[in-house]
Design a protein around this ligand. Structure first.
Ligand code: GUN
Length: 295
């Protein structure tokens, strides 16, 4: 079935953003600060990708790396410094953080006007209230953009989201519920404690898998013709790869793809869109700080 090519869409979006950034009046450029704690290989690779994309778009970036035994108060003092820096529009604290620093506490330390991840309580509250001035989390925003650009209508559809994380499942479910053109869906959220998961997922017109379990959604769990969005990026051992690992999604692509409707691959599906949306959110933060109305 049709492949939802997130990689190619992300490159279109990146070009569109580059044009908008180039057209900004004034000398000051948008800037995003990345905060990484420790050397988790996945986090290192994600942040490097974000830096590269920022450069392509014409957004400045700075990377702040701290050892994984940094004291919470010391990390938060660094975040406070970035909050107070008028040249910094957006701050992204790469999660997961080491166990002694709860992710949510760190997300809430970021000034809500610089919260380009959309994870601060204020921005999550704005999402619940359907207040459009907030920042929306990048992966959920990328998924809606993907469906929109591929002409897949959402209103009236039965959407099933598997996964209830703060980063994807919960904000995505709230977006699908909004009373607007990219919302008005009938939304079911399921998770690791849902009995007979397949019975629920087979109801979906649009099925989103965001659980972090390699190839968990198989063909028996998907209604023929359903749109399938795979958010999982799981590293599994693969001796045939130079790196020793392969990336696979939460969906068993080979069994699902022959029967599903449009489906995202992994890699090259949702991942690149997340990064593009981070740039969109940084531009939104810049416009907020400069007092310019969004285009
Ligand atoms: N870890 C996994 N996804 C994300 C994300 O979108 N933002 C941040 N900050 N950390 C993540």
């Amino acid at each position: 079935m049709e492949l939802l090519d997130g990689k190619s869409l992300a490159s279109t979006l990146t070009q569109e953003l580059a044009d908008r950034v180039a057209a900004l009046p004034g000398a000051r450029r948008p800037k995003v600060a990345f905060v990484r704690v420790g050397e988790d290989p996945a986090s290192v690779s994600y942040v490097r990708k974000k830096e590269r994309t920022a450069a392509e778009v014409g957004i400045e970036s700075e990377l702040h790396v701290f050892p994984d035994d940094i004291a919470k108060d010391d990390l938060f003092a660094e975040v406070d410094r970035l909050n107070a820096d008028p040249t910094v529009d957006g701050i992204l604290i790469q999660s997961p953080l080491p166990g002694h620093i709860p992710d949510e506490e760190a997300f809430d330390r970021v000034d809500p006007s610089k919260d380009v991840d959309g994870f601060h309580k204020v921005n999550l509250g704005k999402l619940v209230q359907e207040d459009p001035t907030g920042f929306v989390a990048c992966t959920p925003r990328g998924i809606l953009t993907l469906l929109d650009r591929y002409g897949i209508a959402i209103p009236g559809k039965r959407v099933v989201v598997v996964g209830r994380s703060l980063i994807v499942g919960k904000p995505l479910a709230l977006l699908f519920l909004r009373r607007q053109q990219l919302g008005n869906a009938t939304v079911t959220v399921c998770h690791s404690r849902t009995p007979d998961l397949g019975e629920v997922t087979r109801q979906a017109d649009i099925l989103v898998a965001a659980v972090g379990q390699p190839r968990m959604i198989d063909a028996s769990m998907v209604r023929p013709g359903a749109v399938v969005v795979d958010v999982g990026i799981n590293r599994v051992p693969d001796a045939s790869k130079k790196s020793g690992h392969a990336l696979v999604g939460d969906v068993d692509f080979d069994s699902v793809q022959p029967l599903s409707g449009p489906i995202t691959p992994v890699p090259g599906g949702v991942g690149p869109l997340t990064v593009a949306m981070l740039m969109e959110n940084t531009l939104q933060a810049y416009q907020l700080h400069e007092g310019v109305h969004p285009a």
